[in-house]
Write a new protein. Structure first.
Length: 190
């Protein structure tokens, strides 16, 4: 008995108004291991797939810029045994010490388990200390230690120099405009 095989259907990007482009981030694990993590997706509205050029996608360019900037931060912070995430925590605590751990997680844009892991390592290094929140027995407040303050002060010139080199050739107006545009772009995705 002869049965007909149903023809396979193929999906064209022309028939799909939105598609996902995986962006790539690297997560540094331990001291010398880079692990490629394919994460966020960037939505690109397309009338025709042939019109889309990845290297002209705003999301792709932002991803590449962020990846390169984080790589440079790694390179500059490694001699101090501080990760970019730990730097962000030290910097946040410099503006307000004694922050609730949950609120700190929101400020550094990390989930609770990652924030706990970062803080555990920082506490082990003597950079921060956590004390019970007197208003909520389930919560902890995070404080700089003297060593944490010292390390932050030592890192400030390194971070400032990196920042300066990354905006070399930009006018003040371009920097202001870039910040405004990135804030608006981020706001559109919220």
């Amino acid at each position: 008995m002869h049965s007909e095989v149903e023809p396979q259907r193929t999906m064209s990007f022309r028939s799909v108004p939105i598609f996902f482009i995986s962006s790539i981030f690297f997560q540094y694990l331990h001291e010398k291991t880079l692990t490629l993590i394919v994460t966020t997706s960037i939505y690109a509205l397309m009338a025709d797939a042939n019109d889309f050029k990845l290297n002209q996608s705003i999301g792709y360019l932002i991803t590449i810029a962020g990846f390169r900037y984080k790589g440079e931060i790694w390179k500059h912070l490694k001699p101090f045994d501080v990760t970019p995430e730990q730097w962000v925590v030290l910097n946040c605590l410099s503006t307000e010490d004694g922050v609730c751990q949950r609120e700190l997680a929101e400020r550094i844009v990390k989930d609770q388990p990652n924030t706990t892991r970062i803080l555990d390592k920082m506490e082990f290094k003597g950079l921060i200390r956590r004390l019970p929140d007197p208003r909520d027995r389930r919560a902890f407040l995070v404080f700089h230690t003297a060593e944490g303050k010292r390390v932050r002060e030592e890192l400030l010139p390194v971070i400032r120099n990196l920042h300066k080199s990354s905006i070399k050739g930009f006018t003040d107006e371009e920097i202001t405009l870039l910040k405004k545009l990135l804030e608006r772009f981020t706001g559109n995705l919220s």
